[in-house]
Design a protein around this ligand. Structure first.
Ligand SMILES: [Zn+2]
Length: 259
């Protein structure tokens, strides 16, 4: 019923226990898992999991904070993965001015961000965007380097006013654990206004566990808690949220179109 459109089963916390995490999540109604890389090794690990498990797909790319240790020529290693049949998107890429405050580092992030959108376009893949404290520059780069196959603002933390401008650039909006946090006013406002056909859900496990597990290790089995809170906010049934967000995920990432 649910698709975890952004999870890190390739993270060290899950190594060796990913089969258990997948089984537990499937029992909770999570059908598919999009495992996201953040550097070269984790992207390779995502592809390996996708080869091992039928219900896992891979998203590969270099995260803005990991870009600082690399050179643009290193992206050749990512490019090699882009024609793999189970690689469905390019990510996670974007800008993170929360962790990187110096201008040189931020400029390098912008360089990697633009270059990776161009690579995604070359292979006709959608993009998974990480944006933290960098709304204006993220919007500007997405506008200049239009993702031709669309994409998703993963764990969207922008304002509700910026939802429409991002939708206009062909992006979906994905919500995760923070929408369940008691004091999270903005994500709840966003959950209310995103058009139902542009909404996705995710865990970002092992990070951002939903309430009441906030601060603990997150896992894909907790995804229904995100759907449940969105259903409450939008006055819908959780099954409807599951059906709509799964349909959207399959459309954007072009997996299992039959439903
Ligand atoms: Zn992530």
């Amino acid at each position: 019923m649910f698709i975890d459109t952004h999870t890190h089963l390739n993270n060290e916390q899950f190594i060796g226990s990913e089969a258990i995490a997948i089984k537990k999540a499937k029992d909770a109604g999570v059908d598919l898992f999009f495992v996201v890389g953040w550097d070269i090794a984790s992207s390779l690990a995502a592809v390996k999991l996708a080869e091992q498990y039928e219900e896992v797909y891979a998203i590969v790319g270099v995260h803005p904070t990991d870009a600082l240790q690399l050179e643009l020529t290193d992206l050749k290693e990512i490019e090699k993965l882009l024609t793999h049949p189970k690689v469905i998107a390019y990510g996670e890429i974007g800008l993170d001015y929360y962790w990187v405050k110096d201008e040189v580092g931020q400029a390098k992030q912008r360089l990697f961000f633009a270059a990776q959108i161009e690579l995604a376009n070359k292979y006709n893949l959608p993009v998974t965007i990480h944006m933290r404290d960098a709304t204006n520059d993220t919007y500007k780069i997405l506008k200049e380097h239009r993702p031709l196959a669309g994409g998703v603002m993963h764990c969207y933390s922008g304002s509700k006013e910026m939802v429409q401008p991002f939708l206009d650039l062909g992006m979906y909006i994905s919500l995760g654990g923070p929408v369940t946090f008691k004091n999270a006013r903005v994500p709840k406002e966003v959950a209310e206004i995103v058009p139902l056909d542009k909404l996705l859900i995710e865990t970002d496990a092992p990070y951002l566990a939903p309430h009441p597990y906030r601060g603990k290790q997150n896992e894909p089995a907790l995804l229904p808690l995100v759907a449940e809170e969105i259903a409450r906010i939008r006055n819908m049934k959780i099954e409807e949220v599951g059906r709509a967000t799964s349909r959207n995920a399959k459309a954007l990432f072009r997996v299992e179109q039959n439903d």
